[in-house]
Write a new protein. Structure first.
Ligand SMILES: [Zn+2]
Length: 278
């Protein structure tokens, strides 16, 4: 019976497996290099999505269909990807209601949907700098800068803070260029781009520089002054400019493109928005 306890010394049978594992590792390494080269060369990720699909519930899908305009603009394949991303987002973030607010499934679905819409062209769509979504019923007092706020992104606490009332108005009225969710998610995305070096962040940095360069052109400056197209808050600083730019891009792409075609083009590349008619 001791036979079973004997150590088997002959391990040559393992060799083919070992070779296979080394070869696979090497191929994966080559793929990563090619993936990065491709992203730099063509300004977009080679693959945004691998094969795994998680799904949301039927009720959540209904919310997207009935209340989320962008979802209806997607192809069948993109819808499946979108549902996967919304499901992952909801599973990985902690939603916390403030001032007695009860967080509903509808709130989670719509907040996740806005985040995943803005990051839909990216491979890394999950906002690594956000762990918590704090939801207030309406405007709240911010200890971060001692003012009343509709929303804020707090990187120290890894929290996105939203007034539900203003968030709802943001996505529901789709053409007033005010979208609180987009605005705050853009702050988180921009800071992530500053801190990481993955292909999405590299692309963000590159297109952000193009946008800044564009803004130094006299003709663009003149046009910004004349048209007063972007609301004045955009010119507070670089971060607010990008957040407001994203709101305009999402809400009124046709008008934006008409007024500032180059800025539109850089923003589209920055977000890799090649779907839903953008
Ligand atoms: Zn802001």
């Amino acid at each position: 019976m001791t036979y079973f306890l004997q150590v088997e010394n002959d391990t040559t049978w393992l060799a083919p497996y070992a070779y296979a594992i080394v070869l696979l590792g090497f191929l994966l390494f080559l793929f990563r290099i090619f993936e990065n080269w491709y992203a730099n060369r063509f300004d977009r990720p080679l693959l945004r999505h691998y094969l795994v699909y998680k799904n949301i519930s039927k009720e959540q899908e209904k919310i997207l269909e009935e209340e989320f305009h962008f979802y209806g603009l997607l192809s069948k394949r993109h819808k499946r990807e979108f549902r996967h991303r919304v499901a992952m987002f909801i599973a990985n973030k902690k939603f916390v209601g403030r001032q007695g607010l009860e967080v509903t499934d509808r709130m989670k679905t719509l907040i996740a949907a806005v985040g995943c819409m803005l990051s839909f062209g990216r491979k890394h769509y999950e906002y690594s700098l956000i762990d918590y979504i704090l939801i207030y019923p309406e405007e709240f007092y911010s200890t971060m800068n001692e003012h009343h706020h509709k929303g804020e992104f707090n990187p120290r606490e890894k929290a996105l803070v939203l007034s539900w009332k203003d968030f709802e108005n943001g996505y529901r009225i789709t053409d007033d260029n005010l979208n609180l969710g987009i605005h705050e998610f853009m702050h988180a995305m921009q800071l992530e781009a500053k801190k990481s070096r993955d292909l999405d962040s590299t692309r963000f940095g590159k297109q952000f520089q193009n946008i800044l360069k564009r803004l130094t052109h006299q003709e663009v400056k003149n046009k910004l002054d004349e048209t007063r197209y972007f609301r004045s808050y955009a010119f507070t600083n670089q971060y607010e400019f990008m957040a407001v730019l994203a709101e305009y891009f999402i809400e009124s792409p046709i008008e934006f493109k008409e007024h500032f075609p180059e800025l539109y083009d850089h923003t589209k590349k920055l977000l890799n928005f090649g779907f839903a008619g953008y």
